[in-house]
Ligand binder design. Structure first.
Ligand code: NOJ
Ligand code: NOJ
Length: 470
């Protein structure tokens, strides 16, 4: 009889599905894309004919030829792979893949190369590429050491005997142990200049430095546990020095973290605004203490840099004209980029991986803020926070519903980025390196391992904050 109630209940239900549906659709896509990314990435790990443990950057063998094990890409990918170990689509192989990655690392480390362990990439037969290239690239050994230390900690947690295998870590320098070799290299070479993550500029790089810092800091712990106190002290001393060097990258007059200092070779026209900075922050945040360590998602200098990156890329790529404000912009490496995925000297494009890391940033920012329970806005981060809290200078978790609304805004910002990226992904879920800046078609190396790994990271960071959307 009570018509009125019935109708309003019905209307409420209708409006709920109307608002729930777009989100549900995105979630379905994320679920499918997660599975696709796992399966497609698995094809790049120990592909047929390669020495087991080889992780090719992409199956593409020409225009561009990415059929190499890049030390950087492989290390980042294997770190993600370990986190995916429970996924039904890949769990049967992840353990073997990591063991083989360790074995091929031992092999790569014995090859004679012009850049020592700073060598950049290896063929699928385990031999180094010796042609002309920007070398050394010293982020590689630091990234690889971090991946292996994370795996070792996992092995220890499940009681695997490999955890104490001397070929993983031994205090005895005469024993070839994979992690120790890399840590020795990092601790003795971080002072010099090297080529950056994008392989174009020699100098001192925030990206490289942050990985070196955390590799040595994790190394302090490992060396201590392994009865190697002398090494622990040495790694500690060097990591402290690197921490001081990192501070130089914040340039107040610029208002962002400058990617490269002390350039002495390579491209000379970069402003230093570079999304590599954000990648390094996110890839090392598992080792950081957000309350005491700088350079995390909670650092106002990192927030300012993210804001500048989004505000910049939204203007320069035609495909970003589709999004109304800074939410959901596709992100490139750095504004002056001229690499189109095949050649330099052309027009740079947005990349999947840089875009996915930006989404990951927002999910992790929500999680970290919620754990802290308080937002503090300062002069450095004011512009960043304007979009989310207007002119407020802070907010406490006690203040509801404002706090939850803030969490939701951050997660939705990440979602807007994924939703935009999604429009360039086909049915099969394949992800190349780049997206054409005007036309929106995928360009550059197809099925890029790092694209899949960055998607998986964003998706799992989102898992942890999806509660705010309920
Ligand atoms: C130039 C690109 O900018 C760089 O990132 C890439 O690694 C090399 N070319 C090789 O493809
Ligand atoms: C070019 C990128 O600039 C570099 O970071 C990457 O290692 C290689 N491609 C391989 O993916």
């Amino acid at each position: 009889m009570n018509y009125g109630v019935g109708i309003s209940v019905l209307l409420m239900a209708a409006s709920q599905t109307a608002t729930a549906r777009p989100n549900q659709e995105l979630e379905n896509w994320i679920r499918g894309q997660t599975r696709a990314s796992q399966i497609l990435l698995a094809r790049n790990i120990s592909p047929e004919g390669s020495v087991p443990g080889t992780v090719v950057a992409s199956p593409s063998r020409q225009t561009p030829d990415y059929y190499y094990h890049w030390v950087r890409d492989a290390g980042l990918v294997m770190s993600t792979w370990l986190d995916e170990r429970l996924a039904p689509a890949v769990k049967a192989r992840v353990d073997d893949d990591l063991r083989e990655f360790w074995q091929i690392t031992l092999h790569h480390q014995t090859r004679a190369t012009p850049a020592d362990l700073g060598e950049v990439k290896f063929y699928d037969n385990g031999e180094p590429y010796l042609g002309r290239w920007g070398r050394p690239q010293n982020d590689g050994p630091a990234i690889r050491a971090l991946a292996l230390m994370k795996w070792r900690a996992y092995l220890a947690s499940v009681g695997s005997p490999f955890a104490s295998d001397p070929a993983l870590y031994s205090p005895d320098l005469r024993v070839h142990s994979a992690i120790k070799r890399d840590l020795e290299y990092v601790s003795h070479h971080w002072v010099g200049t090297d080529y950056d993550v994008w392989e174009e500029v020699r100098g001192h790089h925030f990206f490289t430095r942050l990985f070196q810092y955390y590799a040595l800091r994790e190394g302090v712990q490992l060396a201590t546990d392994a009865g190697d106190p002398g090494a622990a002290l040495w790694y500690l001393k060097n990591s402290n020095e690197i921490a001081r060097e990192l501070e130089r990258h914040w340039v107040p007059e610029l208002g962002y973290i400058k990617a490269t200092l002390d350039r002495d070779e390579g491209l000379d026209y970069k402003s230093g605004l570079d999304s590599a900075v954000v990648i390094a922050v996110l890839e090392t945040d598992g080792y950081a203490n957000p309350e005491s360590d700088p350079w995390t998602v909670l650092d106002s200098r990192v927030q300012a840099t993210v804001q500048r990156l989004e505000a910049t890329f939204i203007r320069i790529y035609e495909i970003n004209a589709r999004v109304s404000d800074v939410k959901g912009a596709m992100i490139g490496r750095y504004p002056e980029d001229t690499y189109n995925g095949i050649e330099t000297g052309k027009r740079g494009n947005p990349w999947f991986l840089n875009t996915f890391y930006t989404a990951e940033f927002y999910y992790k920012l929500a999680a970290a803020l919620d754990a802290r329970g308080e937002l503090r806005v300062n002069d450095t981060s004011r512009t960043f926070w304007k979009l989310f809290v207007g002119n407020e200078t802070g907010l406490s978790k006690e203040r509801q519903p404002e706090w939850n609304a803030l969490m939701r805004k951050l997660v939705k910002h990440g979602d807007a980025i994924l939703a935009h990226a999604r429009t360039y992904v086909g049915e099969g879920g394949n992800l190349a390196e780049q997206i054409h800046r005007d036309e929106g078609r995928q360009v550059g190396a197809h099925d890029l391992s790092w694209s899949y790994s960055s998607f998986l990271r964003a998706a799992s960071a989102r898992e942890r904050v999806a509660v705010y959307l309920d």
